[in-house]
Design a binder for this molecule. Structure first.
Ligand code: ADP
Ligand code: MG
Length: 603
């Protein structure tokens, strides 16, 4: 028998490897742009012809290469970025495998021109199908230009399987977007078939997002910033009202490297859960900074997957960061301070956001005599606030409304001038109409109550303090085996809400107590509904279960439309609504109220 095993020639080995790294023109675009970034370029220009099939050119003003390195860079596993195994755990560059250029050269005609600052002239190399065809000296500016022509010229199968020019161009624009987003301090251009599609000037992330997605993103974005022990999250989310029906504006980066991560995406969806309709997707541009030792990016050559050492921690921090950003945004219209919505003030604290509420310091002028002069009635209609007027003592409502209480004299008004009692009207037994500082607000009573209950239930589950009401005649809840085991899964949360359930046999539970908020409601029907909804939206996450449960309970137990309310009930509901973290939208994503502002009313 003859021996039959042979080592493949480099050119063939490279072609095989290329199949993994370079799947389409956009993959080459990504690799070349990342190399330019790794080379420290401050300006990178991308030029493509025929969606990259005819030509891809990347021009950078980075560090350039020596003559030897220029030859060397096309070798497989040739890299300047790591040199030993430990380096794999401390990667700060985009590249590290030394595979990209070898792969590209194996399947295309590549021209490299490169010059270091310290050299007088540059080096030009032409490499076709892993073979150096030409090497010469060229006069040029410092930096590097790679021109890749006729991608897959020697792999007809690949070339034939490329999609339409429009589809391939979309891939290129997507890669361009990912790379440019996280490097806003670098200038970029993208020119396709002679037309400049993007001209991105150096700036900050917000400017970069606007440069890529349009200037109307200026008001759509909410900043996110959260720092924890080993994780830092920064960037922007798109406000809930601009959520899109299609996926797309969802950009996660880990140490500036674009990643796809379903689990972390879920953290964001969850943070938005009751604010955007179920068929819409939240937009985000977020960078997660971690110690390179805490991740493993070495999973796949195309590197959009990343393994975190402690992904649960990242999930929790991400979720909190997005919640905070949403919370701050939803608060701001209620804040009257002209300067800005600074959440570190007492008002923010009063809304349960940051440090505990400080005792307000109200200096009182001892010489003040309320009867000595007819002081002008205080202007209580300040623009911008949706907070309804209360009958609270003058000192504290002023603080809540963000008024200055530290001014001498007059500022602390005498009792007689306290805000007048507000009027509550019920329209069609479904809507509550009342005055707020900025005008008149019309509130959907059902949605408002659902929001109030939803936040209450979430808190109760968090604090394990739902109030229970004992059933005089316990009802039996009979279930099938599957549902019985689901109910068992939910028992801790249900008990925290105030349910007292006792398993009588494998499929029957006795309902010995129900939450106080469920008084007078059919407990069996309620639990069946909870099970149904749980099954529909079930995932393995604890977080989900709580949100799910709170949402269902709130929907079931909230005051319905066509229910008459007394004025006291209306006032209480309105007060509770505006004490919620998110007063604008119901757990089902619907808007709870509209405000007719003074201007509209005057008209
Ligand atoms: P990697 O980026 O993983 O190191 P590549 O095959 O992409 O592997 O590049 C090989 C090497 O070529 C790099 O490590 C770098 O030293 C050099 N190189 C590539 N592109 C450039 C560039 N635009 N400017 C300077 N050096 C470059
Ligand atoms: Mg590279």
């Amino acid at each position: 028998m003859l021996d039959i095993i042979k080592l493949l020639p480099d050119s063939v080995a490279n072609q095989i490897a290329a199949g993994e790294v370079i799947q389409r023109p956009a993959s080459a675009v990504k690799e070349l742009m990342e190399n330019a970034l790794d080379a420290g370029a401050t300006q990178i220009d991308l030029v493509v012809k025929d969606a990259g099939k005819a030509m891809i050119m990347v021009v950078d003003n980075g560090c350039g290469m020596s003559e030897t390195d220029a030859r060397m860079c096309f070798e497989r596993h040739a890299t300047s970025k790591i040199s030993k195994a430990e380096d794999l755990f401390a990667i700060r560059t985009m590249g590290f495998r030394g595979e990209a250029l070898a792969s590209i050269a194996a399947i295309a005609q590549v021209e490299l021109k490169t010059r270091r600052k310290e050299d007088e002239v540059g080096t030009k190399i032409i490499n076709e199908g892993s073979v150096v065809k030409e090497q010469s000296l060229v006069p040029m500016q410092p930096g590097t230009t790679f021109t890749v022509k006729n991608l897959f010229f020697n792999v007809p199968a690949r070339r034939n399987f490329l999609k339409s020019p429009q589809a391939e161009m979309r891939h290129i624009v997507e890669e361009f977007t990912r790379v440019t987003l996280m490097n806003p301090e670098v200038g970029f251009t993208l020119t396709s078939d002679g037309k400049e599609l993007y001209h991105l000037y150096p700036g900050n992330l917000k400017q970069r997002i606007m440069g890529l997605f349009g200037n109307n993103y200026e008001e759509r974005l909410l900043p996110v910033s959260q720092e924890a022990d080993r994780v830092r999250i920064t960037g922007y989310i798109v406000k809930a009202e601009y959520a899109k029906k299609t996926r797309g504006e969802q950009y996660f980066f880990v140490n500036k490297r674009f990643i796809k991560h379903a689990y972390l995406h879920h953290a964001i969806e969850n943070a938005f859960i009751e604010m955007i309709p179920q068929d819409s997707f939240p937009g985000y541009f977020l960078n997660i900074e971690v110690d390179p030792a805490d991740i493993d990016i070495n999973i796949h050559p195309t590197k959009t997957e990343v393994n975190f050492l402690d992904v649960k921690l990242v999930y929790a921090i991400l979720h909190a960061a997005v919640r905070k950003a949403i919370g701050q945004h939803n608060l701001s219209p209620m804040i009257d301070f002209e300067e800005s919505a600074d959440l570190n003030n007492d008002f923010g604290a009063a809304m349960g956001l940051s440090s505990p509420l400080a005792i307000p310091n109200i200096p009182i002028d001892p010489n003040y005599n309320p009867f000595s002069k007819p002081s002008t009635p205080r202007e209580s209609m300040h623009g911008g606030s949706y907070r309804p007027e209360h009958n609270a003592a003058p000192g504290d409502w002023r603080i809540l409304y963000g008024e200055r209480t530290d001014l001498p004299e007059e500022t602390v008004a005498p009792m007689e001038e306290a805000a007048p009692k507000n009027i509550y009207l019920q329209v069609n037994q479904s809507y509550i109409v009342t005055a707020v500082k900025s005008g008149v607000v019309v509130i959907d009573q059902n949605l408002a109550h659902a929001r109030v209950l939803y936040e209450k239930f979430l808190k109760e589950m968090e604090n394990h303090n739902g109030v229970s009401q004992q059933e005089l005649f316990p009802q039996a809840l009979s279930l099938n085996v599957n549902d019985a085991s689901l109910l068992k899964e939910m028992l801790p949360e249900l008990e925290n809400l105030g349910f007292v359930l006792e398993q009588a046999n494998p499929t029957t539970f006795m309902i010995n107590g129900t939450p106080a908020d469920a008084a007078g409601c059919d407990a069996v029907a309620l639990l069946e509904k909870i099970l149904d909804n749980y099954k529909i939206n079930r995932t393995d996450l604890q977080l989900d279960r709580k949100l799910n449960l709170a949402k269902t309970m709130a929907a079931q137990l909230s005051i319905k439309a066509q229910t008459k309310l007394s004025e006291v009930e209306m006032q209480k509901l309105v007060d509770q609504l505006f004490e919620c973290n998110v007063a604008e939208v119901a757990p089902n994503g619907k808007k709870i109220y509209v405000v007719l502002n003074m201007e509209d009313l005057f008209k």
